[in-house]
Each structure stands twice: as structure tokens, then as C-alpha cells.
Design a protein around this ligand. Structure first.
Ligand code: NAD
Length: 292
């Protein structure tokens, strides 16, 4: 079995930095890439800040923080991935973006390197076909925020070899995560169930059944969810929520998955949730204020 020592992470957004964080704490060397070296460096800085927060709350020692941060290198371009044993793509949830990334990075990778995607919804088999190694390709789907969430969903494509799957399972277990296995259907297990609920919460707002506050309080206090569905949508990113609903709608051809027009409107406004400073809540002040 291929021994994984160096892990490339492509995309230094919310998920990419979370993945880099746990992978470095797991003792692996990490190469972090984004569209520019500047963005990759900003990602490493954010990992540093998040590790420091864990030291402040007593979850990590200062030595663990410093050692993990020293293992992460911001990288400039695909050639930096030549020594990676595993590359995890965690870029924007758009098939065209992911396909372009695979075309750029595959020629640079070692032939035996495993390539994985953190996609929330897109077909693993279809993404694998955009690579030169469908047998060494799979879905390794981390949850947000990666350092806190226990689950990793593993998804095989039609061509994924058993050795690839076993290597990924061993890797996730070494990160102290619990794995589940999903077949390769749109949005897999977690988002197949979660995202229609979030979309329904947005319809509930759109139809005037309740305000942002009423909907979130109802589900927090009435269903014991740790976050309200609109708060959770903002946390995930409304662009990601919309992309997942589109994949469900297109992939399963059932009108029950149609994305709520209000979700489309928020994304068109650039109100993408917490990462953009505004979504169903406005995060620019001291505490979040509902935007409707
Ligand atoms: P994000 O918008 O925070 O980050 C995406 C990053 O990808 C950005 O930094 C962007 O600059 C970068 N990027 C775009 N094109 C690129 C390219 N060509 N090369 C390198 N980097 C590029 O998004 P996110 O929330 O981190 O989501 C990333 C992936 O993780 C998506 O596939 C998403 O579905 C999945 N995911 C998201 C969540 C969540 O809760 N947000 C949970 C699990 C999985």
C-alpha cells in the first residue's frame, strides 16, 4: 500500500484550511495551493490563527501548534505537487473549476499518487473521468468545520481500486475521524438529507411562513438542532448550498429538489453567507443581524 507522507490541498478556502489544519496535526507534510501564492499564504495564516485558538482553549500545546504550522507550506502552482502522495481538491463547488484543476495538476503528480475530491455533491465517477487516474481517485468528504467534525464520508467512483479506498480509509482514521461509505449518487448521504431541509427552510422564509429568527429558533429549540437551518446555510456558504441543490435537481430529475428562488437571489447578490460578511444574517457588526 502506498505510504502517505505528503498531502497536497488544492483550494485554501474554509474547507481547504480546515483540511490542512487536521492533516498537519496528524503529522503529514502539507502543500496548500489556491489560485495564487498570496491566497495560499493567507490560508496558512488562517490555519495559524485557528491553531492558536486551540492552544488558548487548552486543546493543543504550544509545541503541537508550532510543529503543525511548520509542516504546512504555501505553494505556487501545480508543479509544487510533484512530491505529494495524496492530493485533496477542495476548491469551489463547480464542476468546470474542478475539471480544470485536475487537467492542470495530473501531469505534475507522481503516477502512484492518489487524487481525491472534497466535493459535497458532484459525481465522483464523472470527476474521475477528467483525471488520468480514475482507479486512484475517490471522494474524501470532510465536514465543516473540519477540526471539530468527526465524520468523513468516503465515496468510490466506478473505477476506484480497493487499495485506493483502503489507503483513504486508513488516512482518515489516522486523522481521528470516523468514516462512512456512500455510493456515488448526487450529494451522497449527508447533503442528500441536509440540503433539502435547508432549501425547505429558505422556502419557509420565501413564502412568509416565518422570519429568519423564527425559523432558526424553531429548529434550534423545537428540533434540538445546534444551529438553525438559515444560520447553517450561511455557515456552509450559500453558493455551495445552491450548487448542491442544482446537482440534486439535475442529477435526480425530481422537482422536489428545485432550488428556492430566494437562495438564487442571495447568491446573485453576492450575499454568500458568513464568508462574504452577509447572507441570511449580516455579520459585519458586533453580532449577526437577520437580513429579512
Ligand atoms: P470556499 O469558497 O471557502 O473556498 C474555495 C476556494 O477555492 C477559494 O479559496 C478559491 O480561491 C479556491 N479556488 C477556486 N478556483 C481554484 C483553482 N482553479 N485552483 C485553486 N484554488 C481555487 O469554499 P469551501 O466552503 O471551502 O468549499 C470547497 C469545497 O469543499 C467544495 O467542493 C464544497 O462543496 C466542499 N465542502 C464544503 C463544505 C462547507 O460546509 N462549506 C463542507 C464540505 C465540503
Amino acid at each position: 500500500m502506498l505510504e502517505i507522507r505528503t498531502v497536497g490541498v488544492v483550494g485554501a478556502g474554509q474547507m481547504g484550511i480546515g483540511i490542512a489544519h487536521v492533516v498537519a496535526l496528524g503529522g503529514y507534510d502539507v502543500l496548500l495551493l489556491d489560485v495564487s501564492l498570496e491566497r495560499a499564504r493567507a490560508g496558512v495564516e488562517r490555519v495559524g490563527a485557528n491553531l492558536a485558538r486551540q492552544v488558548a482553549s487548552g486543546k493543543l500545546s504550544e509545541e503541537q501548534r508550532a510543529a503543525a504550522l511548520a509542516r504546512i507550506t504555501p505553494a505556487d502552482g501545480a508543479t509544487a505537487l510533484k512530491d505529494a502522495d495524496l492530493v485533496i481538491e477542495a476548491a469551489t463547488e463547480e464542476e468546470a473549476v474542478k475539471r480544470r484543476i485536475f487537467q492542470q495538476i495530473c501531469p505534475e503528480l507522481k503516477p502512484e499518487a492518489i487524487l481525491a475530491t472534497n466535493t459535497s455533491s458532484i459525481s465522483i465517477t464523472r470527476l474521475a473521468s477528467a483525471t488520468d487516474r480514475p482507479e486512484r481517485f475517490l471522494g474524501i468528504h470532510f465536514m465543516n468545520p473540519v477540526p471539530l467534525m468527526k465524520l468523513v464520508e468516503l465515496v468510490r467512483g466506478i473505477a476506484t481500486e480497493d487499495a485506493t479506498f483502503q489507503a483513504a480509509r486508513t488516512f482518515a482514521t489516522r486523522l481521528d475521524k470516523v468514516t462512512t461509505v456512500s455510493e456515488d449518487f448526487p450529494a451522497f448521504i449527508v447533503n442528500r438529507i441536509l440540503m433539502p431541509m435547508i432549501n425547505e427552510a429558505i422556502y419557509t422564509l420565501y413564502e412568509g411562513v416565518g422570519s429568519v429568527e423564527s425559523i432558526d429558533n424553531s429548529m434550534r429549540l423545537g428540533a434540538n438542532h445546534p444551529m438553525g437551518p438559515l444560520q447553517l446555510a450561511d455557515f456552509i456558504g450559500l453558493d455551495t448550498c445552491l450548487s448542491i441543490m442544482q446537482v440534486l435537481h439535475d442529477g435526480l430529475a425530481d422537482s422536489k429538489y428545485r432550488p428556492c428562488p430566494l437562495l438564487v437571489k442571495y447568491v446573485e447578490a453576492g450575499w454568500l453567507g458568513r464568508k462574504a460578511g452577509r447572507g441570511f444574517y449580516d455579520y459585519r457588526g458586533a453580532s449577526p443581524v437577520p437580513t429579512r
